[in-house]
Ligand binder design. Structure first.
Ligand SMILES: [Zn+2]
Length: 460
C-alpha cells in the first residue's frame, strides 16, 4: 500500500512538472521576448535617433541641417505625443519630412501627434499595386472597397485587445497594450491619412533637409512596403521585412496573399546594400556589418526554404494538410533567436502559399462535395454510439489533456446544439489550455480571446 501511495505521489510530481514545464517553456520564451520592447532611444552616428518600445512599432528621428526627418510614426497619437516630447528634449528643429515604410496602421496611426506641430512636412509613402488597387495601404483599401469589416474582429483577437494582464504577455513583435494609454487609440488622423509624396518604381533617391535617402521597393508584408537606405551613414530601415521572429508570412487576422517570394527577394536586395545598422520596424536593432549580413542571409534562406519546399510538395500533388508535415524549417535555421515563431508560424505560411497559388481546393476531390458540418456531426455521433457517447468522448479527451481533440469533438457537438453551455465551456477551456503551450503570440492571443468571448456568450 505504502509503495502504491509513493508511486502515485511520484507520478503526480512528474505529471505536474511536465504540465508546468510545457506551459513555462512557451511562456518563458515569450516573456524573454519582452526584453525587445523595453523603451530606449538608441543613437547612431551624430544624427540618427531610434526609438524602440514607445509604441507597437519603432520610430526614427534624423537631425538634418535645419530640421528633422522621421521614419514611421507609430500607431497611437497618445503614445506618439509622449515620444514627440522625448524627441523635443533632443532638438527643437521643425519636422521637415516623414517617411512611412508601409501602409500598416501601426506605422502611421500616430502621425497626427507630429503633424499637429504645424510644420507641414513632406510625407512619403510607396505606391504599390494589388490587382486593381494601386497606392498606399492597398490591402486595407481592397478590403474596404469590398465592404469587408470582419478582419477587424479577428485582428483584435490576434492583438489580445480584451485579454486580462494575467494571460497576455505580448504580441510577438510588439508589447502588450497599455490599457490606460492604449496602443489602439485611433481617435485622430489614421483613417484619413495619405502621404503627400509617393514613390513608385524600383528605387528613388531623395534629399530632405540635406540628408540623402534611397527609397527602395521591397514588397513582402505589404505590396507598398519599402526600405529606406541612408547611403552616407550605412543605415537601413527595413520596415517589417525583418524583425526578431519568424516572419508573419500569413496573418491569421486575414489579408490578401502576402507575396512570400517577393519577401525573400527584398531581403536579398537589402543584403546587397552592405548596411552596418539594420533598424527594423519592430524589435531591437541589429548592429555591425557582419551581423547584419548574416541575419539578413539566414532570414532570407528561411523564407526561401519554406517557399521552395512548399512549391516542391505542391508539385508532388500534396494537399495543405500533407504539406505542413512535409515542410519543416531545418534545425540550423530554426534555432536562430530571430527565427523563433513568436509572431509568424511556418505551417500557417505553408497553407498560405498553397492557397495563394492554387486557391482553396486542396486537390482531393472528396473535398469538392464536403458534408455540411451538421451532417458530419450527426454521422460522428452515430459512429460514437450516440450523442451521449460523443459528449463523453469530448469530456474524456479534455481530462486526458488531449485538448485539440477535445476542441474538435466540441465542434461536432456544437454543430448539433450551438447553445450547449457545458460544451461551449469545454471548448473555451480546451482553447485556453492549448494557448498556454503556444509561443506564437498571435495564435495564443486569438485562442484566449475567442475562449473569453465563448464564455461571455454563456454568461461566465
Ligand atoms: Zn508593423
Amino acid at each position: 500500500m505504502k509503495t502504491k501511495i509513493i508511486t502515485f505521489l511520484l507520478a503526480l510530481i512528474v505529471f505536474t512538472t511536465t504540465a508546468n514545464a510545457q506551459e513555462t517553456e512557451a511562456t518563458r520564451l515569450l516573456q524573454e521576448q519582452n526584453k525587445e520592447f523595453v523603451p530606449k532611444i538608441f543613437k547612431f552616428g551624430e544624427n540618427v535617433h531610434f526609438a524602440v518600445g514607445y509604441d507597437v512599432s519603432n520610430i526614427a528621428m534624423i537631425e538634418g541641417e535645419t530640421g528633422i526627418i522621421l521614419i514611421d510614426a507609430g500607431m497611437s497619437p497618445v503614445r506618439m505625443e509622449t515620444l514627440r516630447l522625448k524627441f523635443r528634449e533632443i532638438t527643437d528643429k521643425p519636422i521637415k519630412g516623414i517617411i512611412i515604410t508601409h501602409g500598416h496602421g501601426d506605422h502611421f496611426g500616430g502621425i497626427q501627434a507630429f503633424l499637429d506641430e504645424g510644420s507641414n512636412p513632406q510625407v512619403w509613402g510607396r505606391s504599390g499595386a494589388l490587382g486593381n488597387n494601386v497606392g498606399f495601404n492597398i490591402e486595407e483599401n481592397a478590403g474596404k472597397s469590398a465592404g469587408l469589416t470582419y478582419q477587424n474582429n479577428r485582428g483584435a483577437r490576434q492583438a489580445g485587445v480584451i485579454l486580462p494582464d494575467s494571460i497576455h504577455i505580448n504580441n510577438g513583435i510588439a508589447p502588450r497594450p497599455n490599457k490606460q494609454n492604449t496602443m489602439f487609440n485611433r481617435k485622430k488622423g489614421q483613417a484619413e491619412f495619405e502621404p503627400t509624396h509617393f514613390f513608385s518604381g524600383e528605387r528613388r533617391q531623395i534629399n530632405i533637409d540635406g540628408i540623402n535617402f534611397d527609397l527602395v521597393a521591397a514588397s513582402g508584408e505589404t505590396y507598398d512596403n519599402m526600405y529606406v537606405w541612408m547611403p552616407d551613414q550605412k543605415i537601413l530601415f527595413c520596415g517589417d521585412t525583418y524583425y526578431k521572429s519568424f516572419p508573419n508570412l500569413y496573418t491569421i487576422r486575414g489579408s490578401q496573399y502576402r507575396d512570400v517570394k517577393s519577401w525573400y527577394e527584398s531581403l536579398d536586395k537589402m543584403q546587397n546594400e552592405n548596411a552596418e545598422y539594420l533598424l527594423p520596424g519592430h524589435t531591437r536593432p541589429v548592429i555591425g556589418k557582419d551581423k547584419v549580413k548574416e541575419t539578413l542571409s539566414n532570414y532570407s534562406d528561411a523564407i526561401k526554404f519554406v517557399f521552395d519546399k512548399t512549391i516542391e510538395g505542391m508539385n508532388k500533388g500534396m494537399t495543405p494538410d500533407q504539406l505542413v508535415e512535409y515542410v519543416k524549417l531545418p534545425e540550423h535555421l530554426a534555432t536562430f533567436p530571430y527565427l523563433v515563431e513568436y509572431y509568424g508560424r511556418v505551417d500557417w505560411a505553408v497553407r498560405s502559399i498553397f492557397e495563394g497559388y492554387l486557391g482553396w481546393f486542396d486537390g482531393n476531390p472528396v473535398n469538392l462535395n464536403k458534408l455540411l458540418p451538421t451532417d458530419e456531426a450527426e454521422k460522428m455521433a452515430i459512429m460514437a454510439g450516440g450523442l451521449d457517447k460523443l459528449r463523453a468522448n469530448a469530456l474524456k479527451a479534455f481530462k486526458d489533456e488531449d485538448f485539440q481533440w477535445a476542441a474538435q469533438l466540441s465542434d461536432y457537438l456544437l454543430a448539433l446544439n450551438n447553445d450547449d453551455k457545458e460544451i461551449i465551456n469545454l471548448k473555451a477551456d480546451a482553447l485556453m489550455e492549448i494557448a498556454k503551450t503556444m509561443v506564437t503570440a498571435t495564435g495564443r492571443n486569438y485562442m484566449n480571446s475567442y475562449a473569453i468571448q465563448l464564455k461571455e456568450k454563456v454568461g461566465e
